[in-house]
Design a binder for this molecule. Structure first.
Ligand SMILES: [Zn+2]
Length: 418
């Protein structure tokens, strides 16, 4: 009888009931101590958030934050601190011997050029400053989470790695490099880079192409009725904006699929036709079929625009962030304990108030690389911000406190505690 019951329970776990969360975990004295510690150092956390935000760190030029994070990881007691060839930095929160490795990743790079003036403004309960939310808040929340775990004597069973990545904003390149060069694949991978409360387990497909239209360079006086590369690009831009999109995936993001013209340029003088005009197009969706169709449609549009204007067209793949042939099937990803446990912790902590947390088969953070490699991976957040990638970026000052507590309970839950 008991045996049968166990078998029944065992099979239940296959259908999405498997969570490592147990309400007794947050009741442990070490956990309680760590949570209280967050409130006690409220100002210290917020101050470091401002400090780190004001350190410029554009993709591929993250050197100042790399130095800062290495020192900070050592300050909070992480061990085996390392840096790889591309600039990723990581440290280990050593477990008591379980053969698992849980990774928490946040990215150091921002989309703002090195000379962007960054001075954080504190106004009406919000910090304002480019990069405050994406992804500086996560780095700071994680630093203090590990610090307080250590100081409160939280002993995890498995190892927990804090990974600060580079080049996230230009195609998740740091995380890709790190995961592909890691001999031991992580047991679970958590990217902290979204709005706190969302749990993404998906594989967003991203393809970016550059289309260059080429025609004659003719003086304005000789340009009448002649092929013009600018007109070709203009036709393509309008047609891409008006193209029919494949339907959104059921249960998926309503913002997808999507194709966006992100950069354009060309011409060298005011009084002649531009010999060359380029546009780049960023194409994103949640399903391979939709992605392939969109890519084909956009290429077709560009070719037709070039033909209509009698122009040469060159198509270059700028960046393709996917090869999801190794990704686990959707049902397996959704029902994996990393997702189910995170949902349980999110609800326990009322991160979304009284609304139950929902997991989404999407995301465009470092965890995409984990998903692509078949590693159980999610994207979550530790702060609540707005206006990411704009100079008006801002974030709720208090959100990082809840976020830091969230990281502590999640790390203890996923790595296990003694
Ligand atoms: Zn980000």
């Amino acid at each position: 009888m008991i045996r049968c019951l166990f078998i029944a329970l065992g099979s239940l776990t296959l259908f999405g009931q498997q969570t490592l969360f147990d309400p007794s975990i947050p009741q442990k004295p070490e956990l309680q101590k760590a949570m209280a510690g967050v409130d006690a150092r409220r100002e210290m956390i917020q101050k470091e958030w401002v400090t780190l935000t004001e350190i410029p760190s554009p993709s591929k030029n993250e050197k100042l934050r790399i130095e800062y994070m290495k020192k900070a990881m050592s300050r909070v007691g992480l061990t085996d601190i390392q840096q790889d060839e591309v600039g990723n930095v990581w440290g280990v929160y050593k477990g008591s011997g379980a053969a698992t490795e849980l990774v928490f990743a946040a990215h150091m790079d921002t989309v703002f050029p090195f000379d962007t003036p960054i001075k954080v403004r504190d106004e009406n309960g919000r910090f304002h400053g480019p990069g405050i939310g994406d992804d500086t808040g996560s780095l700071v929340a994680l630093l203090h989470a590990f610090d307080l775990m250590k100081q409160s004597g939280i002993k995890t069973k498995g190892d927990v790695i804090f990974l600060a990545t580079v080049q996230e904003e230009i195609g998740l390149l740091g995380a890709k490099y790190w995961l592909e060069h890691r001999t031991r694949k992580p047991t679970m991978f958590v990217a902290v880079d979204s709005r706190m409360g969302s749990v993404g387990y998906g594989a967003l497909l991203i393809e970016q192409y550059k289309f260059t239209f080429e025609g004659p360079t003719l003086h304005t006086l000789a340009s009448k009725g002649k092929p013009n590369a600018a007109r070709g690009a203009a036709r393509a831009i309008l047609a891409i904006n008006e193209m029919e999109m494949p339907a959104s995936m059921p249960g998926g993001s309503p913002n997808l699929p999507v194709a966006n013209v992100g950069t354009l340029g060309g011409g060298t003088v005011v009084n002649a036709t531009p010999g060359k005009v380029f546009i780049t197009v960023d194409i994103r969706s949640q399903e391979m079929k939709a992605e392939q169709k969109l890519v084909e449609d956009v290429k077709g549009i560009a070719q037709r625009a070039a033909n209509q204007e009698n122009l040469q067209l060159t198509i270059e793949a700028v960046h393709i962030v996917h090869d999801y042939s190794k990704a686990l099937p959707k049902e397996v990803r959704l029902n994996h304990t990393i997702v189910q446990s995170t949902l349980a912790v999110t609800d326990y902590m009322k991160i979304n108030g009284d609304k139950k947390a929902v997991a989404f088969d999407s995301g465009s953070d470092d965890h995409n690389i984990g998903v692509a490699l078949g590693i159980p991976a999610i994207g979550i957040g530790a702060i609540i911000g707005a206006g990411a990638h704009s100079l008006e970026e801002n974030a709720d000052k208090a959100s990082i406190l809840l976020g830091t507590k969230y990281m502590i309970l999640l790390a203890a839950t996923l790595a296990g505690v003694n």
